[in-house]
Design a binder for this molecule. Structure first.
Ligand code: NAD
Ligand code: USQ
Length: 383
């Protein structure tokens, strides 16, 4: 298939683009490189030294003989997007190209507006190009488990059947997101659902949990193909951050009580889930939702696991409970379904001691690049 990976210079997108290319698809990457710009603005950097995108793609071609087309530009620029898509002629579009940090979206008004404008307008532009030129191609959109929030009932995959005053209907699952970023994903979901309904587009929303890990078969092939690994308080996510903190002897930064429970998955499963989705397209007019995570853990559990794995490597790791910079429940019920990708063939990589060892060792290898000042959270939800 011809697959356009939007956001293909980022953490999930880069690993996915290489994986799909390696598995026989014709891949294109569309990215504005704005994430590199935001890193510069915030004076933060990935733990790993990532090469410029053109150099990464040249190395991929030299190693495998496979070319990946590159379109550098902004999804919010409709003319650019339309031209790139007409040139590439995708059968499927995988959309990772958004501002994806909850803390970034909560810095101030400007960052909240930037996040929602970037994400919602970009997705809306994509829907229009698909409607006008590619009505049969399949949109695989990265959503987030955080769209659901933490309700006191089980979380279904996108829809819930409700009986009310003697009548019954299957409706979109209620959304209670916890940041302006997570809200942008909810707005996207509604827009995509509506576009499927009125125009007959086919779409899969992958409500992904928190991704951890850095190596895939492809990104581990060569230093120039290395993936980004964020550890700072704005873009770094829980498990990746804890491993890097452990590697440099920084106490693990658990926010509040640490009972916050979330869905997690290995980056090797992210790439496989996307492949499963594109190999099994949604029907025309269907807005399909898959919950994309493999295990549920509380943040406190994750900290304990990292502490134990670190002890085996002679790392002595403290756990600190910081005042929570976010507004969120710290102890709550959380039980989400995730059977749809497994029914289609996902064979998960569960979090294991060996994965934690390898992630910790990887973090130790690059620890000289860590700027310790960037570890503590600097964005507060209450401003
Ligand atoms: P990332 O920041 O590493 O990558 C996103 C990429 O999209 C960047 O390369 C950026 O330059 C590009 N981009 C952003 N806005 C763009 C625009 N308007 N036009 C063109 N390119 C644009 O993020 P990631 O961690 O790879 O996340 C990718 C997607 O997966 C996001 O939509 C995110 O919400 C979702 N997701 C990520 C995680 C996670 O743990 N990383 C978990 C769940 C969902
Ligand atoms: N947390 C800590 N300590 C830290 C970092 C985070 O206790 O050092 C806590 C947070 O308070 C939160 C939980 O861990 O309760 C998750 O935070 P996170 O920063 O790991 O993840 P989050 O902000 O939810 O966002 C990340 C990605 C986002 C994706 C989301 C999936 O950045 O793109 O959508 O994970 S989910 O969480 O399922 O919504």
């Amino acid at each position: 298939m011809r697959v356009l990976v939007i956001g293909g210079d980022g953490y999930c997108g880069w690993a996915t683009a290489l994986y799909l290319s390696n598995h026989g698809h014709d891949v294109g990457i569309l990215d504005s490189l704005v994430r590199r710009h935001w890193d510069n603005e915030l004076c933060i950097n990935t733990l790993t030294p990532i090469a410029p995108i053109q150099q990464r793609l040249q190395r991929w071609k030299d190693l495998t003989g496979k070319s990946i087309d590159l379109f550098i530009g902004d999804l919010c620029n409709y003319e650019f997007l339309q031209k790139a898509m007409l040139q590439f002629q995708p059968d499927a579009v995988v959309h990772f190209g958004e501002q994806r940090s909850a803390p970034f979206s909560m810095i101030d008004r400007e960052h909240a507006v930037l996040t929602q404008a970037n994400n919602v307008i970009g997705t809306l532009n994509l829907l229009y190009v698909m409607h006008e030129h590619f009505p049969n191609s399949h949109l695989v959109k990265l959503g987030t488990m955080g769209e659901y929030g933490t309700p006191n009932i089980d979380i279904e995959e996108g829809y819930i059947t409700i009986e009310h005053n003697g009548r019954k209907d299957t409706l979109p699952y209620p959304k209670q997101p916890g940041s302006f970023y997570h809200l942008s994903k909810v707005h996207d979901s509604h827009n995509i659902h509506f576009a499927c309904k009125i125009w007959g587009l086919r779409a899969t929303d992958l409500n992904q949990g928190i991704v951890y890990g850095v190596l895939t078969d492809e990104t581990g092939m060569d230093e120039l193909l290395i993936n980004r690994l964020d550890y700072d308080g704005v873009f770094g996510t829980a498990l990746n951050r804890f491993c890097i903190q452990a590697a440099i002897g920084h106490p693990l930064t658990v926010y509040g009580k640490g009972g916050q429970t979330r869905g997690f998955l290995d980056i090797r499963d992210t790439v496989r889930c996307v492949e499963i989705a594109i190999n099994n397209p949604a029907n025309a007019g269907e807005f399909r939702v898959f919950n994309q995570f493999t295990e549920l853990f509380s943040i406190g559990d994750i900290a304990t696991m990292v502490q134990k794995a670190g002890a085996k490597l002679d790392l002595s790791i403290e756990v600190n409970h910081l005042d929570n910079p976010r507004v969120e429940l710290e102890e709550h019920y959380f039980n989400a379904k995730n059977t749809r990708l497994i029914d289609l063939g996902l064979d998960p990589h569960y979090l294991s001691d060996s994965l934690l060892d390898s992630l910790l060792n990887f973090a130790v290898k690059y620890k000289e690049r860590v700027n310790e000042k960037e570890i503590l959270p600097r964005v507060k939800w209450k401003g």
